[in-house]
Design a protein around this ligand. Structure first.
Ligand code: 26Q
Length: 745
């Protein structure tokens, strides 16, 4: 990359009479020119990441940072009278819905930065994750037409690298769009767009189309097969062109990482190609696949473990159904020969109850299977994949997630980055663990850090005021719970805890209460009714408190609309406290917890996912751990009765009563349904996620924070301890682990 030449090009860009969109296109194009002119090193072996989601967020600032020209570019255009921050209006590339998609984006960033050849494959959805608005407190979804206004100057359409993907009823053209990922190596995220007919185009129209109907399920299967087959097809073809049909060396050049089960059809397509088109035997093809594929599991929720009806797959992909059925028989024979028990074979079976278990395909074929935090990997070994683990323990490993400090510190908290520069020099930027050298007991350092937090909080407050029209309380504690809306993440528990504090404040039981703002951000999946009810409940609580003159100077709730990567960048930098309160055993890892930690938020959390490792790194005494552990939850199973539990605890009953006693208007019974989820058996047992069980311990933890916050030195020290002990949670560390332990690149 020729930096001088690029800066010169930027200097020459005329600003006058141009719209922001034109300038955005022009500046981006100039950078892309430089990026694409970079000579590609041709590595012997590459890793390929298969993911149905990539939550890239805004590319502009990130790419300029990676090119090392962000500050100069700001300066150049400022002199020309144009503020680059105008591009904060550019839509996020939101081709994902949560942790798994953002993790993929962080890993691409880190791999490029560390110089690892990691290439991503996915789908170029026409519409990203919906835009969220609240109307009368309820979530309303709007299509995210992300390409409409600003276009996509960071991708290149590769017309001559199209590939056809065949279904029994249609042939679809997969057109690659390549997004270069710039760093010490220039890697590529290749997203396929489906073309050829209106029916074909539907395949890459929406992310996670509703799959509650047969047509919906078929569309999901088509999506998964579409991008998996396009990717595998291209790689296999290219291999044959360069190396001939001796597939024995395929794994020398390729290693595949399946980001959860959404691309497991890649396994079937690989076996189909090798056996049908290149006439290898199935055993030989399986042998090669076993050296090529790896699988990361991201969730143990039964409803999220993909199983597809054999008949549905047969309908549109008969050869794929056939090969998976053959694989099922083949694997079973192998297990029997090796002396597996009958029950074990049933547990690991590829076909079960007329469905293909995509996770079982992945575990069988993968050389490595990993979980995303220590406790999660333990659960995979002991519960989800116990039989497979017993027979092949060497296959399983943990790679605790990480986040890129370039976006989640350098970009979103420049002030903190400069603070590290001042105290450590610039070395930490290349050697992140150096930040641990900061002296957390030095009063001047503490003071400087506290000032930065204040600045970031003010910036956050003014951003929220602009976006939501809500003025945040000043001199308050900012507590953030930002993540997908899900029952296991227990936003409902936080809602009830806030009501508890509200009642206690009103009753004068909390005389020394420090003003507190609860900031929520979350989207509920379109078809997830109960999640939407929780959003409504929180918005009603926000309204109740805001209109109550007795408490509205002390307590505030704001649920921001359309929480996305760019919103997250503001919230993680400007929060004091990170709420991570999932039911122990359910949150595989969490990565928002890490982002908030990087900016020095203390965690109020359960011993779940990566929270455990966070407090291990930053000190339990510097965080606020509460609630039932995995073991305790296990012991409660079958004994816990939320009805009698609440009856015995008036402090619980008083707040759950608000769901049904008319405190809030509820003509359509939405809040009543939330009460039902706690006290009655619905699609889960009553209070399946132990919301009431952990409620009062959460309130206690929040009140402990509230008290300790007043000791500014003590609390700031806790925050700084968290910030400076966050380096382990860098995705640079995580990607190195993948590269060394799994990929061998
Ligand atoms: C499965 C079947 C049918 C329909 C949808 C799905 C489905 C879709 C998306 C299942 C799972 C997902 C996404 C999961 C996800 O984002 N998991 C999160 O991954 C993060 C990165 O590892 C972890 O930090 C989070 O703990 C985990 O929840």
């Amino acid at each position: 990359m020729n930096r001088e030449r690029l800066l010169e090009t930027l200097w020459k860009i005329e600003v006058k009479n141009k719209t922001a969109v034109e300038l955005y296109q022009e500046i981006s194009a100039a950078c892309m020119n430089e990026i694409l002119s970079e000579k590609q090193k041709i590595p012997a072996r590459r890793a390929y990441y298969f993911s149905v989601e990539y939550l890239m967020g805004r590319m502009f600032f990130n790419n300029l940072l990676a090119l090392g020209i962000l500050d100069e570019a700001r300066e150049i255009f400022a002199r020309k009278g144009f503020d680059l921050n105008t591009f904060e209006d550019v839509e996020d590339a939101a081709l994902g819905n949560g942790g798994l998609g953002r993790l993929a984006a962080c890993y691409l960033d880190s791999a490029a930065n560390e110089g690892y050849p990691l290439y991503g494959f996915g789908i170029r959805y026409k519409y990203g994750l919906f835009r969220q608005k609240f109307i009368h407190g309820e979530q309303v979804e709007e299509a995210d037409d992300w390409l409409r206004t600003w276009g996509d100057p960071w991708s290149v359409r590769r017309e001559n690298e199209k590939i056809e993907v065949g279904f029994s009823d249609m042939v679809v053209t997969a057109v690659p769009y390549d997004m270069p990922i710039y760093g010490n190596s220039v890697n590529i995220l290749r997203l396929f767009q489906a073309e050829g007919s209106p029916e074909a185009e539907k395949i890459s129209e929406y992310l996670y189309p509703a799959d509650d109907t047969e047509d919906g399920k078929l569309l999901r299967i088509r999506q998964e097969y579409f991008f998996s087959a396009a990717a595998v097809g291209q790689l296999v073809r290219k291999y044959v062109k360069n190396n001939g049909k001796n597939f024995g060396h395929f794994p020398d050049f390729h290693v595949f990482q399946l980001n959860d089960t959404h691309a497991v059809f890649a396994v079937a397509e690989f076996l189909r190609l090798l056996t049908k088109e290149y006439h290898l035997t199935l055993p030989r093809a399986v042998e090669i696949a076993k050296k090529t594929f790896n699988y990361t599991n991201h969730t143990i929720l039964p409803e999220a473990l993909e199983c597809w009806d054999v008949t549905l797959v047969e309908k549109i992909l008969p050869e794929i159904a056939h090969i998976l059925t053959r694989l099922h028989i083949f694997a079973k024979r192998e297990w029997r020969t090796c002396g597996y028990q009958k029950e074990e074979i049933a547990e690991m079976s590829i076909v079960c109850g007329g469905k293909f278990s995509m996770a079982n395909v992945a575990v069988y074929i993968s050389g490595h299977v990993n979980g995303v935090a220590k406790i999660h990997t333990k659960i995979l070994k002991e519960r989800l994949f116990a039989a497979a683990y017993r027979h092949a323990p060497e296959k399983f490993l943990n790679v605790t997630n990480g986040v890129t400090q370039r976006r989640w510190l350098l970009l979103c908290n420049e002030e903190l980055a400069r603070f590290y520069d001042r105290n450590l020099g610039h070395g930490w930027r290349e050697n992140f663990p150096m930040i641990e050298k900061i002296d957390c007991d030095d009063p001047e350092i503490l003071e400087a850090f506290a000032k930065i937090k204040e600045t970031k909080k003010r910036q956050l407050a003014s951003y929220i005021e602009k976006r939501e029209g809500v003025k945040l309380l000043e001199n308050a504690i900012y507590i953030a719970q930002v993540k997908r809306l899900h029952e296991y993440k227990r936003q409902l528990m936080t809602a009830l805890a806030i009501l508890r504090i509200y009642f206690d404040l009103k009753a004068g039981r909390l005389p020394d209460f420090t003003p507190t703002v609860f900031i929520f951000g979350a989207k509920a999946a379109g078809s997830y009714k109960r999640a939407k009810e929780i959003i409504l409940f929180l918005n009603k609580i926000a309204e109740l408190i805001a209109s109550d003159g007795e408490v509205n100077g002390k307590l505030q709730v704001v649920f921001v609309q359309n929480y996305d990567v760019s919103y997250a960048e503001k919230i993680v930098a400007g929060s004091d406290v990170s709420l991570q309160v999932s039911t122990a055993g359910f949150e595989a890892s969490g990565t928002g917890n890490m982002k908030l930690m990087l900016s020095g938020a203390v965690t109020v959390g359960t011993m779940d996912g990566a929270n455990i490792e966070i407090v291990e790194a930053a000190g339990r005494e510097n965080n606020y751990i509460f609630g039932a552990t995995v073991e305790e939850i296990g012991e409660l199973c079958g004994i816990y009765d939320p009805v009698s539990f609440a009856t015995r605890n008036p402090r619980i009953k008083e707040v759950t009563d608000t769901l049904t006693d008319g405190t809030f208007e509820d003509a359509d019974g939405k809040l009543k349904d939330l009460a039902a989820s706690l006290f009655e058996e619905t699609y889960n047992r009553a209070d399946h996620y132990y919301v009431l069980y952990d409620l009062l311990p959460l309130v206690d933890a929040l009140l402990k924070v509230n008290g300790e916050y007043q000791n500014r030195v003590l609390f700031t020290r806790k925050q700084l301890k968290n910030a400076t002990h966050s380096a382990f949670f860098s995705s640079d560390r995580a990607i190195k682990t993948y590269a060394e332990k799994i990929w061998g690149i």
